[in-house]
Structures are given as structure tokens and as C-alpha cells.
Design a binder for this molecule. Structure first.
Ligand code: OSB
Ligand code: MG
Length: 374
């Protein structure tokens, strides 16, 4: 029985080492909502909400998530003891539409709590099998093709197994060409448009077919599954869906329509681990490769992503870069690191997240704290 008696929300502010630019906006500092849940037997576990400060990636923001959690979701979870973490999503979903990121924050914390209480690593409880996971990097839009090509080459030299460029109209073909020339033809390279194009850009996007990309991620709007299918028919390069996928149902639609050939799973976007696992299993059954995306998480959300990415269907490198790519100092110890071959070890020597949460550092960074009790 998973009997949660207290849920604490903390907002921390973590300045990024360098601004992160995507087609719909710039992030210089992450406002991160952390969740701490305590069970009746006094065990604590941590989770993180991936919602951003503005609704430029998804409709949710840190403020809508805080409202959803404090007003509806946390009280509901505290009222309904569940058998195990696998049952949490169903409780949260009853009577609350959407708010997947808010639901995921609680649901993933519940899995961490279950792992802590069982004394086993989060990766193990999720069914993870890998000892180490391959790491990619997502590079924000740079001022020029030369600038991004130089950066990409440096990141490849640092060991990253896959380079992803953010693109938008006006910063696409030339940026990809320069990067491909700098990297050579063998390096796995992909692009992510964060929904910046429309079907009217199909011919333009087809120019990307010349660069041997691993995938084009989310070129069109999140709800445009039919249009993604139309675009996929006009491209050689595989489309990958990110924003479009908020649960297993959209993967079924993608398969039925032919909207893409690869899926980016962010557990924090799809309502948590239970749905992430369902998506993983569905994709595996249909031989659709999946990889774990990122949302510029702190070391806590990163721990959750690392655990998920250790599952067997995660065959492509994830956007699960080491702590030092984002922060001067992370909120966990040890920090997340990558070796020279672009691999990150999945920690198994301690239960739960596999890293220690630095409470003192979190206290220092906290700008807002709220508690919901049974
Ligand atoms: O689309 O994958 C995305 C960051 C914020 C919002 C959306 C996305 C991203 C990234 C960053 O690509 C990946 C990372 O966490 O390193
Ligand atoms: Mg993306």
C-alpha cells in the first residue's frame, strides 16, 4: 500500500549556463517545481514537474501545474491510498482532464517513493535493463550556421552520440548543411522544430532529405497528426513526434495514420511512468524506436529520465545530457556525468533515484513552498 501523507511543492530557480533558444522562445533561467512526497512510514521521495515558465512548448506552465496539484491532484491522491504507483495515474485522471505535466509530477514521485520503500533502484522498478545509456545533446538555435556547426563539432568531440539542432523558418537548411559538413556523414544528426512549420512548408522541409538526418522532430503543430502523416509521405527522413504525444492514444493514431516513425517519450509530458511504459511497450511491439527527451530538468527530473531510458526499447540516444551541460551546480550528488564515449551510467547502488538530493542547496534555491497534507 502506498499511503502518502504529505506532499510538499517547492519552486526553485536555476540559471542555465547559457540561454536555450527554441523556435517559440528563449529560456535563461529554469523555474522548476519540485515535489516531495512522504509516506505514512516516514519515507520521502522526490519528483519534478517539467512544465515551463511560459506555455510555448505545451499549454501547461509552472503556475497551472501548481494550481492543478494543490487544488485538485494532491488532495485527491492524499484521499485515495493506492495499492502501488502503477495505480496513481488512474486516481489522478478521474475528473481532471489534461494537466499531464502536473499529474506526471505526482505520479513519478509516487514511483520514486515505491522504489525507496522497497529499497530498490527506480530503474529496476520500471523494468530497466541497461547499465548505461547513450547520450545526445539538444543545441539551441545559434546566431549563424557557422556558430552552430562549430558548437556541434565541439559537442561531438566531447563524446555525445547524437547531435540535435533546434530549427525554425529562417534558421534551418543552411544551419543543417554547415553542421553536416562540420560533423561528416557518419555522425547521427537530427533536428527539432518544436512545431514551427505548416504543411505549406513541405517542399522546403524536403530539402532536409539531402543531409541524412536521423529524424525531423515535431515539425507541425501538436494536434496535426493527419498533417504530419501527409508530410511524412512527402519526405524520406523519418518524422519523430514529441509535443503531439501526450499518451498511448496518440501513438496509436500515429501508427494508424503514418504520422511518424520515431517517438520521443518524456514521462513528464505524458502523465508519468505508467503511460510512458505503455507507450514504450506499444512502440516496441510495432518496432518504432523510442528515445527519452528532456525538458532542461534538474538532477531530480534527470534521475527519473535516466531510469526510464534504461528500458530496452530506448534504442536511440536521449536528450539526457550531464548536469554540467546545464548548471554550474546541480541539486543532486553525485552530479550526472557522461563518459568520453557518450554514455551515462544508470546508478544501481542506492534505492530510489540513485543519487542523493541536496536539501541544503534546494533550501537555498527555494522561492516558494507549499504543503498539502492528508
Ligand atoms: O522539444 O525537446 C524539446 C527543451 C525544452 C522544451 C522542449 C524541448 C527541449 C529540449 C531540451 O530539446 C533537451 C534537454 O533537456 O537537454
Ligand atoms: Mg522536442
Amino acid at each position: 500500500m502506498l499511503d502518502i501523507t504529505r506532499i510538499t511543492l517547492r519552486e526553485i530557480r536555476l540559471p542555465l549556463k547559457e540561454p536555450f533558444v527554441i523556435s517559440s522562445g528563449v529560456t535563461t533561467e529554469r523555474r522548476i517545481l519540485l515535489v516531495e512526497a512522504v509516506s505514512a512510514d516516514g519515507i520521502a521521495a522526490w519528483g519534478e514537474c517539467v512544465a515551463g515558465e511560459r506555455p510555448n512548448y505545451a499549454p501547461e506552465t509552472i503556475e497551472t501545474a501548481r494550481l492543478a496539484i494543490t487544488a485538485w491532484l494532491a488532495p485527491k491522491l492524499l484521499r485515495h491510498p493506492v495499492e502501488n504507483a502503477a495505480g496513481v495515474y488512474q486516481v489522478l485522471d478521474e475528473g481532471v482532464r489534461g494537466h499531464y505535466m502536473a499529474k506526471a509530477a505526482l505520479e513519478m514521485t509516487a514511483w520514486a517513493l515505491e522504489a525507496e520503500r522497497a529499497g530498490i533502484p527506480l530503474a529496476a522498478i520500471l523494468g530497466g535493463t541497461r547499465e548505461a545509456i547513450p547520450i545526445g545533446i539538444s543545441l539551441g538555435i545559434a546566431p549563424s550556421p557557422e556558430a552552430i556547426a562549430t558548437k556541434a563539432a565541439a559537442m561531438r568531440a566531447a563524446g555525445y552520440r547524437r547531435i540535435k539542432l533546434k530549427i525554425k523558418p529562417g534558421a534551418d537548411i543552411d544551419f543543417v548543411r554547415a553542421t553536416r559538413e562540420a560533423l561528416g556523414s557518419d555522425v547521427p544528426l537530427s533536428v527539432d522544430a518544436n512545431a514551427a512549420y505548416t504543411l505549406a512548408d513541405a517542399e522546403h522541409l524536403a530539402e532536409l532529405d539531402a543531409f541524412g538526418l536521423l529524424m525531423i522532430e515535431q515539425p507541425l503543430a501538436p494536434d496535426d497528426l493527419r498533417r504530419h502523416a501527409e508530410l511524412q509521405r512527402r519526405l524520406e527522413t523519418a518524422l519523430c513526434l514529441d509535443e503531439s504525444i501526450v499518451g498511448p492514444a496518440q501513438v496509436e493514431d500515429m501508427l494508424a495514420l503514418g504520422s511518424g516513425r520515431i517517438v520521443n517519450i518524456k514521462p513528464g509530458r505524458v502523465g508519468g511512468f505508467a503511460r510512458a511504459l505503455a507507450i514504450h511497450d506499444l512502440c516496441r511491439a510495432h518496432e518504432i524506436p523510442v528515445w527519452c527527451g528532456g525538458m532542461l530538468e534538474s538532477g531530480i527530473g534527470r534521475a527519473h529520465n535516466v531510469a526510464l531510458a534504461s528500458l530496452p526499447g530506448f534504442t536511440l540516444p536521449g536528450d539526457v545530457s550531464p548536469s554540467a551541460r546545464y548548471w554550474e551546480r546541480d541539486v543532486v550528488t553525485p552530479e550526472w556525468t557522461m563518459d568520453a564515449r557518450g554514455m551515462m551510467r544508470v546508478p544501481r547502488e542506492r534505492p530510489g533515484l540513485g543519487v542523493a538530493v541536496d536539501r541544503d542547496r534546494i533550501d537555498d534555491l527555494t522561492v516558494r513552498l507549499e504543503e498539502v497534507r492528508a
